[in-house]
Design a protein around this ligand. Structure first.
Ligand code: NDP
Length: 321
């Protein structure tokens, strides 16, 4: 019997067509109304799910009778209830590596944009305010030779460290659950605790995954440790920072600026952040280049096919139930 696949977010039309050639495919369509109700109905006889950006848990998966795999087109998997998937023996595959360099590029884009006030000065120039030589309000911060603190020296964190070390001659320090000499030695990176990193870095970049320990790890107290000239960049997940505390700290100009790609609630449609000049806001585009999104989609597609054809996908989050 033909297997069934549920596509739970918008995906590349070429991959959708390939899926439709091989499987019975149901595409979840938010414009048709209640997405959870659509999911509950669609997953009943589904063998595989593919997509990204949707919370999948017992509420919308409990009707599934034969679900083998969810293939997420993302490296982060905080949208998925792993305990539930483990209990049900449902594989979750994700897409590490293929987006590492692109996301590290974006972290550096945010870092430099915040340091040199790029969005503010872009608007300032376009508004015709450049009537004479710029003054101190338009001055930014040096990046070259400064101290870069990375919270979470994983794949992306290491790629950011490499840019800082080789490209900008920065001193690299990092914090995490344990020292990682096998990665850190290449960048001469120093391991320190979170407080020390916040107090002594010129640039702080968050590159952790979202989990019980990292949720809310940067609150008012931690923001208070940043130096007045520091720049904070978050490309990980919004919930890692207490956003209300961040807004207050930025309003009070406790530190120089922030560069954000991720938020507690996405999409970010209204926010006090929009009123602030010392924050650069991007719409969760860490991996969003054509080539990288294509590579992620291909990897997610291949892993879905692997599972449906009886092979073990390469990047499983939860292999052992
Ligand atoms: P990795 O798993 O390679 O890296 C995550 C790092 O976070 C690991 O080094 C891990 O440490 C560390 N970490 C986990 N918990 C803690 C903790 N409590 N304290 C300190 N460090 C901790 O993943 P990637 O580098 O590939 O991706 C990281 C995250 O970036 C993703 O999970 C995703 O949320 C986000 N992301 C965002 C994108 C965007 O578009 N903005 C694009 C891609 C990813 P350990 O080595 O000890 O496990």
């Amino acid at each position: 019997m033909q297997k069934k696949v549920v596509v739970f977010s918008q995906i590349d039309s070429a991959f959708l067509a390939q899926l439709q050639e091989q499987f019975a495919v149901t595409v979840i369509q938010p414009k048709l109304g209640d997405v959870n109700a659509q999911l509950r109905e669609a997953v009943v006889d589904a063998d595989g799910l593919i997509g990204a950006g949707r919370i999948l848990n017992e509420e919308n998966l409990s009707t599934a009778q034969q679900l083998k795999i969810i293939s997420t087109v993302s490296v982060g998997y905080d949208n998925y209830d792993l305990n539930y998937l483990n209990k049900k023996g449902i594989w979750l595959a994700h897409t590490p590596h293929v987006l590492t360099e692109t996301t590290a590029d974006l972290a550096f884009t945010l870092l430099m944009s915040a340091a040199r006030q790029v969005p503010y000065l872009d608007q300032w120039t376009k508004q015709g305010q450049w009537t004479r030589t710029v003054g101190t309000a338009q001055f930014g911060l040096d990046v070259y030779g400064k101290t870069l603190g990375i919270i979470g020296l994983g794949h992306i964190g290491a790629a950011i460290a490499r840019r800082g070390h080789y490209g900008f001659n920065m001193r690299i320090q990092y914090t995490g659950r344990k020292p990682k000499p096998e990665v850190a030695t290449a960048f001469n990176a120093k391991f320190c605790d979170l407080d020390e990193l916040l107090q002594s870095s010129d640039y702080v970049v968050l590159a952790v995954d979202l989990n019980d320990q990292t949720k809310g790890m940067i609150g008012a107290e931690q923001l208070g440790l940043l130096q007045p000239h520091a720049v904070l960049v978050n490309i990980s997940r919004g919930a890692v920072i207490d956003e209300a505390a961040l807004v207050e700290a930025l309003k009070a100009r406790q530190f120089f600026a922030a560069g954000l790609d991720v938020y507690q609630k996405e999409p970010l449609k209204e926010s006090p952040l929009f009123e602030l000049e010392n924050v650069v806001t991007l719409p969760h585009i860490g991996s969003a280049t054509s080539a990288t999104r294509h590579a992620m989609m291909k990897l997610a597609y291949d892993q879905l096919i692997d599972a449906l054809e009886g092979r073990t996908p390469r990047y499983l989050v939860n292999q052992h139930f």
